[in-house]
Design a protein around this ligand. Structure first.
Ligand SMILES: Cc1ncc(COP(=O)(O)OP(=O)(O)O)c(N)n1
Ligand SMILES: Cc1nc(C(=O)O)sc1CCOP(=O)(O)O
Ligand SMILES: [Mg+2]
Length: 557
């Protein structure tokens, strides 16, 4: 058979299996005429090659095995469940996910409007494409809409065995729409269940597989798990999410020897569409990474709970069942409504618990007063706070800042910023490098770096910082042993950087104007500690400083 580009709608023979115009997955230097590949148990590939017939030495290519789940399921256009949920769950768990699509559904938060089943030969073709090439660890099945597709899957898994098979016996969607003809039940029982290392039915599915058995209590679930186990799967997880009037979400796990009742508080939310697919994919992902079955199930359950809790208030769609956020990120963008910009540096209030204690002010009160006085950004600089207390304070202050859309940053402590979902961090030269902070905090959060030199400013830019704090502009007694760079040092750093800069150190109402007058367009404002917090009224001092700065800027324009 001649190879002529991509092949549509036809089976391909093995010789021409990879479309000819595509490059091989690994391309070797042309001068190396032959290669021998040895697979060691640790999955490192050592390649010994010969150049012009002479052995070459020292070429060691180490290939790290990527944990890989193949999902065989239906597409959900609303992307809450099905293939889309599987992809997101595996990505969230750090596992590669390939896909064999069995059906394309037109679906949203209201239900399923249409289903188009993929021809079984084409399901077979997809299975062969992936399984013959891509070292799949675990296969996870979802919507298997026809008996032929179940048979195709069984044949493929015989030809290309994998380490584990997770079967989510999808029959009816969360909206109540039928996703597999009831005639599929016999094929599930006869063909699918014996391939399963774990079967994960909900109550309805477990009942259907057991000929309509009533499942109303945890005792019923235990009985069902045992009966289902006798049909072939190595273990069974009967999910009790729909159990009437239960306070906890209880799932029953049975591995043929022991039962485990896995309980967790029920999350009150409409955003549960796709939980079954996600749980099964997550179990598959954990198995692919090497977990035992019970730990994979426990990890998966905890992950789903966390995602549901995190997403309980997000709004997507008008139907009864919304999707949830697998990456625990959507609230950061749409929920806080706070996005850092250089202009936020105009009047930067940096807290000091010692000063607030001295004046008998709780931190939350001080922060509120600073904002009401005109502070455009707040930094919690708590050098001695105990971690738990620091997180609580940060959360309380965020409640205050959010309605004003004033960003709240944490000094030094990335852990506290993450735990409190603060808007970013400010880091010094001896703190965690900004590049590491960026990797931990993601692209959305603001990162400021203290810089006294041009080199430090350049590095801050390369590391992905959002702004520079430059000082000490004047001598300060707030920070011990601080080097003063003066107005000249400040100007040098500003002119050497593309980043917005805020000046800090000894700045107050009597000396702030010359700072703004240095003539650097990227100097966006001043940061102050004692000038506002070591005073009897934070609001009054902040207001004075704010109006002075505003007046100076408007005069300069
Ligand atoms: C806005 C701003 N600029 C500079 C600093 C100082 O940070 P750092 O050098 O890490 O010193 P500490 O504040 O941690 O003592 C800052 N906090 N804010
Ligand atoms: C926290 C801090 N960083 C500085 C730097 O030079 O990077 S100076 C400083 C303390 C600023 O306090 P005050 O406004 O009371 O002088
Ligand atoms: Mg620091």
């Amino acid at each position: 058979m001649a190879c002529s580009g991509l092949l549509f709608n036809s089976f391909v023979d093995n010789k021409c299996f990879r479309p000819c115009h595509l490059k091989p997955a690994v391309s070797y230097p042309r001068s190396l005429s032959t290669s021998r590949v040895y697979l060691t148990p640790s999955l490192r590939i050592s390649m010994s090659m010969e150049e012009n017939g002479a052995p070459t030495q020292g070429l060691e290519v180490s290939r790290k095995k990527v944990p890989h789940v193949l999902t065989v399921a239906g597409s959900d256009s609303g992307a809450g469940a099905g293939i889309q949920a599987d992809l997101k769950a595996c990505a969230a768990r750090g596992v590669y996910c390939s896909t064999v699509i069995t059906a394309v559904t037109a679906q949203n938060t209201a239900g399923v409007q249409g289903i188009n089943i993929v021809p079984d030969e084409f399901v077979a073709q997809q299975l062969k494409s992936v399984l013959s090439d891509m070292e799949v660890d675990v296969v996870k099945t979802g919507m298997l809409p026809s008996i032929e597709i179940v048979k195709v899957l069984q044949r493929s898994l015989k030809e290309f065995p994998v380490r584990a098979v997770v079967v989510d016996p999808v029959m009816v969607s969360t909206s109540g729409d039928v996703l597999a003809d009831p005639s599929i039940l016999s094929s599930f029982r006869e063909e699918l269940l014996m391939m399963a290392d774990i079967l994960t039915p909900n109550l309805k599915e477990a009942s259907n597989l057991l000929g309509g058995m009533r499942l109303e209590t945890v005792a019923d679930m235990r009985h069902a798990a045992k009966l289902l186990h006798s049909l072939g799967p190595r273990s069974v997880l009967v999910k009790g999410g729909d159990l009437p009037e239960s306070f906890d979400a209880v799932d029953v796990f049975f591995d043929g020897e022991e039962y485990h009742e896995l309980r967790s508080p029920r999350v009150k939310t409409r955003n549960t569409h796709g939980t079954g697919c996600t749980l099964a994919s997550c179990i598959a992902a954990e198995l692919a990474k090497g977990s035992s079955m019970l730990s994979a199930v426990k990890l998966a359950k905890r992950y789903v709970e966390t995602a549901l809790e995190y997403s309980k208030d997000i709004i997507l769609g008008n139907g009864a069942q919304g999707p949830f956020d697998h990456f625990l990120r959507l609230k950061h963008n749409s929920g806080t409504g706070v996005t850092f910009s250089g202009n936020d540096l105009f009047l930067y209030a940096v807290t000091d618990s010692g000063m607030n204690e001295k004046w008998g002010r709780p931190m939350e009160v001080a922060v509120k007063e600073a904002i009401e006085g005109g502070a455009s950004i707040i930094q919690l600089r708590e050098k001695t706070a105990e971690t738990r207390k620091f997180i609580e304070t940060a959360k309380a202050c965020l409640e205050i800042c959010r309605p004003y859309k004033v960003p709240l940053l944490i000094n030094d402590r990335i852990d506290v910023a993450l735990a409190s979902d603060a808007d970013g961090v400010h880091l010094g030269q001896s703190d965690t490098p900004a590049q590491v902070a960026r990797a931990l905090l993601g692209p959305e959060k603001a990162i400021g770096v203290s810089c006294k030199t041009v080199e430090q400013a350049h590095k801050a830019w390369l590391d992905g910082a959002d702004y520079i704090g430059c000082g000490g502009v004047y001598p300060t007694s707030t920070k011990a042993n601080n080097t003063t760079v003066g107005l000249d040092g400040l100007k040098t750093v500003c002119l050497a950087s593309k980043l917005p800069v805020v000046a800090i150190g000894g700045i107050n109402a009597s000396n702030a104007i010359p700072v703004l007058g240095i003539g650097a367009p990227n100097l966006k404002g001043v940061a102050v500690v004692s000038a506002v917090f070591d005073r009897s009224s934070v609001a009054t001092e902040t207001r004075n400083l704010h109006s002075m700065l505003t007046e100076a800027v408007s005069k300069a324009n």
